[in-house]
Ligand binder design. Structure first.
Ligand SMILES: *Cc1c(COP(=O)(O)O)cnc(C)c1O
Length: 461
């Protein structure tokens, strides 16, 4: 499989190259040149597979040629061995034809484990083959950092530096990162805010000379391998409710547009999907573009669903590429227009987006109400991101005979503020995290200065 850039100027690359490169050198994102397509009968024949076997079926065409089949199978086995439910992505019914897909059964209790558990292992394999090392640098306001650290901690060819804002992440989130004590894991608390951390990571990618020849790698969702791993659970959940011989719909709590883009790909690969619902919080740029063709940037709101507090969704460019007939030059132009302040798509591109997606926006007040309502009606506790997904599903659902699956992106224990505001009791930490508050921590506190952070990294690789 070859991968091409959404801006059309960077060279086409193999899976291994795309995995290590992250962003294309023309500023675009990599997408597969073609997609495999499956008939309903073929998809139906996967119904008896385990999650891991299905994962191999779905992902194999994307990695073939770069990763040997047996190696890939064992990576998948290892990636999902640390999940605490045997079906890996279990489904819970919360209403008539209404399902929640629990994607928080991994080590850090958010759906990001699905991709990041695999990503670390894939990178390690490719780096070992090439006899190279890679330095991962990332900024986090919570979920991504811990999932990336858990995914990379066992990799011999990776070292990982995660920057978080000092005293501005919750204790559970901090401890999920800082209690991972491994030689290649470095937690840095920067005396600044999340934007300062992210700014340092961006500057470091732009000028890597401080690394004296070492290379930086990305673990955020611009990395194609993350999207690839997320396609699998659209197939597994559809099969669980009678697909592919009946349509299913999905509602996805959305921030960077990575997770829902994987659903769109599943549909293009042949899965009969009726609706794909983009659920947003008050940071609603995606809802505005789908509903009104308005892509204007607005000030970032801090909400009870922090993992969706994103102003510009980087993966949306992958969809825009399809919406413009996969013409890279047009995307290059469009991005230049956006930077000059233009905020709308042409009619044809907007129609394409509207044909493929529905959308709905949910504010904090309604988020808490939904948590309370579902706790009462179904005795099920939603996290705030999932509550937004479920409300959007209910508002956008066109045909109630089609099963509606809401992706549950995090465990409620990670977001105590929303759970308490909804008047519900906070659940206990899952078994594997019971002693989180007793574990030894290790992190370094640095000033909000790029040179200090970069020397810290350079001295430790
Ligand atoms: C990352 C995250 C999201 C948003 O996912 P995207 O792929 O960025 O759209 C939603 N919910 C939770 C809990 C997350 O951690």
């Amino acid at each position: 499989m070859k991968y091409i850039s959404t801006r059309g100027k960077a060279p086409a690359l193999s899976f291994g190259d795309v995995l290590l490169a992250g962003l294309a050198n023309d500023g675009g994102l990599y997408v597969p040149e073609t997609l495999p397509h499956y008939s309903k009968d073929e998809i139906a024949s996967w119904a008896s597979l385990s999650y891991q076997e299905l994962a191999f079926k779905v992902m194999w065409p994307f990695v073939e040629g770069d990763i040997p089949a047996e190696e890939f199978k064992s990576m998948i086995e290892e990636a999902y061995a640390g999940f605490n439910h045997e079906s890996i992505a279990p489904m819970v019914q919360v209403g008539n034809n209404e399902w929640v897909l629990e994607l928080f059964r991994g080590p850090t209790l958010a759906f990001k484990d699905f991709a990041l558990q695999l990503l670390g292992r894939l990178m390690d394999y490719v780096l070992a083959k090439r006899n190279e090392k890679l330095v991962i640098m990332g900024a986090t306001s919570g979920d991504t950092g811990s999932a990336a650290i858990e995914g990379c901690r066992h990799s011999e060819h990776l070292s990982i530096f995660i920057l978080h804002p000092y005293q501005r992440v919750s204790e559970v989130q901090r401890r999920q990162m800082t209690t991972v004590i491994d030689d290649n894991v470095f937690n840095v608390a920067v005396k600044g805010n999340f934007d300062d951390c992210q700014g340092m990571v961006k500057s470091s990618f732009a000028d890597q000379s401080f690394l004296k020849g070492a290379k930086l790698g990305a673990v955020n969702s611009i990395n194609w391998a993350r999207i690839m791993a997320q396609i699998v659970y659209y197939f597994s959940s559809a099969l669980a409710v009678g697909g592919p011989h009946r349509n299913v719909s999905f509602s996805v709590p959305t921030g960077n547009f990575g997770d829902i883009f994987a659903g769109y790909l599943a549909k293009k690969m042949g899965l009969p999907v009726d609706q794909l619902v983009v659920a947003t919080n008050q940071n609603d740029i995606l809802h505005r573009v789908i509903a009104e063709n308005d892509m204007s940037r607005q000030a970032l709101n801090v909400t009870l669903s922090p993992s969706m507090d994103i102003m510009v969704s980087s993966n949306f460019e992958r969809l825009l590429f399809d919406a413009h007939g996969r013409n890279g030059a047009e995307i290059d132009d469009l991005m230049a227009r956006f930077n000059k302040g233009d905020v709308s798509l042409n009619d044809q591109a907007w129609s394409f987006v509207k044909e493929n997606f529905d959308s709905y926006k949910v504010d904090d007040k309604r988020t808490c109400e939904v948590i309370t309502e579902v706790h009462d009606s179904a005795q099920y506790l939603l996290d705030p991101h999932t509550a937004i997904g479920l409300e959007a599903a209910r508002q956008c659902w066109k045909d109630k005979s089609v099963p509606m699956i809401t992706l549950a992106t995090a465990h409620p224990v990670k977001f105590p503020e929303a759970v308490e505001k909804a008047g519900c009791d906070l659940p206990n930490l899952p078994e594997h995290m019971k002693d989180l508050f007793e574990r030894e921590e290790s992190y370094s506190v640095l000033d909000n200065e790029l040179t200090q952070v970069q020397s810290f990294v350079a001295e430790r690789i």
